[in-house]
Design a protein around this ligand. Structure first.
Ligand SMILES: C[S@@+](CC[C@H](N)C(=O)[O-])C[C@H]1O[C@@H](n2cnc3c(N)ncnc32)[C@H](O)[C@@H]1O
Length: 433
């Protein structure tokens, strides 16, 4: 057996349990508090599920798991957990900032090399006063000017961010540029005048008096990078270091994905939460969006789970009486809905999810399983039981329903009626044909 520093190959590997510190979690769903885990704090991602769901899927899968696929990558939980479990991950993500964040976590680095580049960034940034022109195409509310009443970034803060971006652009290694840009993205909201939560973006109380200094930005960036490099170092021996990342809409990417033993994912919920909106600050500031049309294009290529943009709605799929009834009720109550397009959005959501399940069936090896964490919605008192509707479709798509397990109640958003409890569930389907 190959030995390194007196350790056997197995002892050298950082196990899944060491990564998660064998913690006990109350729920495998979103908000299970996975942020303190190494890598998961690089960018706060409220919608991430607990990596334990991936470990459980691998353990309970009927088929031995060598490969795992996630069509809705998000913060990369499935892919990262797979690496610790020794399973080769493929992940798809439509949002280019999140795709880079995922790739930054999955990549292999020499930590000393990263530390040298961090030193380079710190030295060069201290001599660079920044270029506000970098942000010339951004929406007018982003950067302080004499003409705007409210702005997300004070001019001095924007200048400092631009200096970091300019210097990061000069690094020779592409994966280092991605690593530092992803980390800078992870601290943008903390130095801005806004906060972002499930309801969207709002200005901080007393933001006008907030004074984020250059020194505070420098200290926060250096600490964030030093902590991340430490995590990379401590977790560099994952059982699998390979990965495939596919950028773009999973509905078009899935046909090209490699075959897989297991799919573990959490799609957007049909709750009007628009991920492009939520990560808009990172997308614009880091240069992923150049103009409003690229913003619209990105929004249109996400799963249909919101009504914020006009799009051509596709008809709901056949095969679920439950869905047909819920859509009928939504149409009858149209005038009481906060957007008249909600029935069409919900129909289109299930059209997209039906396609995802259909395409996954093509990619799954015999008896391969789908493990999906999904969330219900409610509009004008009309409940949309996403878990049960997907289970209705499963047999006709060639799956056996193994489990539908509600595990958490979410508070409905104000737009969805506020006081009601909504379920988050785990659904497990196994390929039969
Ligand atoms: C609920 S989050 C996934 C969270 C992930 N399980 C984690 O733990 O980080 C859903 C993700 O799907 C992405 N998404 C939305 N529509 C997509 C599409 N059509 N193709 C690929 N990704 C999409 C969103 O950008 C978001 O990152």
């Amino acid at each position: 057996m190959a030995r390194t520093n007196g350790l056997g190959a197995d002892e050298l590997f950082v196990s899944f349990e060491s990564w998660t510190r064998s913690r006990k979690i109350v729920s495998i769903g979103t908000n299970a508090g996975s942020e303190p885990l190494p890598f998961q704090g690089w960018h706060s991602f409220k919608e991430a599920f607990a990596p334990e769901v991936v470990a459980r899927a691998v353990k309970e899968s009927k088929r031995p798991v060598i490969t795992c696929l996630d069509p809705f990558g998000g913060s990369g939980t499935t892919a990262l957990a797979s690496q610790f479990l020794g399973i080769e991950p493929t992940t798809i993500e439509v949002n280019p900032y999140l795709a880079d964040l995922i790739e930054a976590k999955l990549g292999t680095y020499d930590p000393d090399d990263l530390t040298s580049d961090l030193g380079r960034i710190v030295r060069a940034t201290s001599r660079h006063s920044g270029r506000i022109e970098r942000f010339v195409n951004l929406p007018s509310t982003f950067i302080e000017t004499s003409e705007t009443a409210r702005w997300i970034f004070d001019r001095a803060v924007a200048l400092r961010i631009s200096a970091y971006l300019d210097v990061i652009d000069t690094l020779v290694k592409a994966h280092h540029r991605r690593f530092f840009r992803a980390l800078l993205g992870g601290m943008l909201i903390s130095v801005s005048n806004v906060v972002v939560n499930g309801k969207g973006r709002r200005y901080r109380r007393g933001w006008e008096k907030r004074n984020v200094t250059t020194a505070a930005i420098d200290a926060a960036f250096q600490k964030k990078c030093a902590d991340a490099i430490n995590e990379v170092h401590e977790n560099r021996y994952r059982r699998c270091r390979d990965y495939s990342l596919m950028r773009g809409d999973c509905l078009s990417q899935l046909d090209r994905a490699p075959s897989t033993d297991l799919a573990v994912f959490s799609p957007p919920y049909p709750n009007s939460f628009d991920y492009t909106d939520v990560y808009n600050v990172e997308l614009w500031m880091l240069g992923y969006l150049g103009d409003s049309s690229s913003n619209q294009t990105l929004r249109r290529s996400t799963l249909c789970s919101h009504v914020q943009i006009k799009r051509e709605f596709r008809p709901a799929p056949q095969g679920s009486l439950r869905l047909a009834r819920a859509l009928g009720k939504l149409r009858r109550e149209r005038e009481f809905l906060w957007s008249r397009w909600i029935p069409e959005m919900v129909g289109h959501y299930f059209h997209d999810m039906h396609q995802v399940l259909e395409k996954l069936h093509d990619r799954l090896n015999p008896q391969g399983e789908v493990w999906a964490v999904v969330g219900d919605s409610r509009y004008a008192g009309i409940h949309i039981p996403v878990d049960k509707i997907l289970a209705d479709f499963a047999p006709r798509l060639g799956y056996e329903v193994i489990n539908v397990e509600p595990f958490r109640s979410m508070r409905a958003s104000a737009q969805q009626g506020g006081q009601h409890q909504l379920n988050e569930s785990l659904v497990v389907f196994r390929k039969t044909t």
